[in-house]
Design a protein around this ligand. Sequence first.
Ligand SMILES: [Zn+2]
Length: 94
Amino acid sequence: MNAITNKSSSWDEFIGRLEGPEGCDFKDSGFTCFGDHRLSRKILAEMILSEREIEASIKFFEENGGFCDCEVVLNLTGPSPYEIYRELMERTVH
Ligand SMILES: [Zn+2]
């Protein structure tokens, strides 16, 4: 039983990949989300989780407000690097 949760040692790696170009690709201009967990599933499969572990991980995400890929990033993390970056931009651009 090695579902990935925010207590896992590989959580940061997972979220980093989900935020990045192979996942939701968060940018100032927007991000990718299909309204499901296809990006999370792809990354979890690449991190060599079994089908069962992937399902357990997705269940954990949903129980914590992550009903799709972008919500996993937005609702299961504290202020993300993306949000910190945005805040910095808003503060310094003018
Ligand atoms: Zn989404």
